[in-house]
Design a protein around this ligand. Structure first.
Ligand code: HXC
Length: 280
């Protein structure tokens, strides 16, 4: 779909890139020529992803740290600058989530998720934004949200609050930092199978089956469907996009919106009966 050098000018600081969608994006961006710097808590997955990128002929480095702590983020950004000489792109991908009844949550459970998603995205955005502004260099920030950032969702309240906050930050800074030529994009993915999300959000095969059956397209997203959109947003083709959130969920969130959408579950025979009655 894209030329192999589409992202040859980009140096990407990507959080949470050792696993899941972050790993898939890192591999794809590197294939398109970007230099990658991964930043996450656990070293083994980072090392494995960086090695895989290099094995395929790409360029990757990494540092470990927790996005919840601003000083760790500073150190990570410093390290990226030392390795690549500059960073021009940030992908706020690191996330934390689990399903739980909200009345059972401890304060620390709420803080853990909000700390990773909202505070972590802010720390990274501010650390890079300050450097870009001081140097007079442009930058791109891509925030990975979820489709319920806009609607909210039961049983994932810390994540819904945090992702809604990152959406607000996306739209706010798209204007505030536009004079500095720093642009913001967001992708709100629906269900994309990853070990991290699935182990916490789809704990049994029945959960997964129910989720698939209630999807309008009866399937989950494929990683390349997300990485292609992300690559486009980081490319020169998307330079007039700023502050938009693209929902990539196969229409899942709309399913709950239309008053009669539940009729999708009606069997054909029932439709035929209804139509026969109407024709009389
Ligand atoms: C209730 C829970 C819990 C659960 C943890 N906690 N899991 N509470 N139900 N299932 C509580 C703990 O008891 C603790 O509170 C507090 O949360 C912090 O937990 P720790 O394990 O000490 O924290 P930490 O090691 O920092 O782990 C953070 C985490 C963890 C968010 C809890 O799950 C994590 O590291 N996740 C990263 C990967 C991930 O979640 N990926 C999925 C992203 S999917 P107390 O009070 O006991 O100290 C996503 C997109 C969603 O975001 C869209 C899908 C459709």
């Amino acid at each position: 779909m894209f030329a192999n050098n589409l992202l040859a000018d980009r140096t990407v600081f990507l959080t949470g890139g050792g696993t899941g969608l972050g790993r898939s994006m890192a591999l794809h961006f590197a294939e398109l020529g970007a230099r990658i710097f991964l930043f996450a808590r656990r070293e083994p997955p980072l090392r494995e992803t960086a090695e895989e990128i290099r094995r395929r002929g790409g360029q990757a480095a990494y540092a470990t740290g927790d996005v919840r702590h601003p000083e760790a983020v500073e150190a990570g950004v410093e390290a990226a600058w030392r390795v690549w000489g500059r960073v021009d792109t940030l992908v706020n991908n690191a996330a934390g989530n689990f399903i739980a009844r909200t009345e059972t949550l401890s304060a620390n459970a709420f803080a853990a998720v909000v700390g990773i998603v909202l505070h972590g995205s802010f720390h990274c955005t501010q650390a890079l934004g300050r450097r870009w502004i001081a140097a007079g260099e442009p930058g791109i920030v891509l925030n990975i949200l979820t489709s319920y950032a806009e609607t909210g969702s039961a049983y994932v309240v810390p994540s819904a609050c945090a992702k809604a906050g990152v959406l607000a930050m996306t739209r706010s800074l798209a204007i505030e930092w536009a004079p500095y030529r720093i642009r913001f994009h967001a992708i709100a993915p629906g269900p994309f199978p990853t070990e991290g999300a699935w182990s916490r959000l789809m704990p049994t095969p029945e959960f997964e089956e129910r989720a698939r059956n209630s999807h309008p397209l009866k399937r989950f997203g494929r990683h390349e469907e997300l990485t292609h959109l992300a690559a486009y947003l980081l490319s020169p083709m998307a330079e007039y996009l700023n502050g938009e959130c693209i929902i990539l969920d196969g229409g899942l969130w709309l399913r709950g919106a239309g008053q009669f959408n539940h009729l999708a579950e009606l069997p054909a025979a029932v439709w035929q009966q209804l139509e026969a009655v109407r024709k009389k």
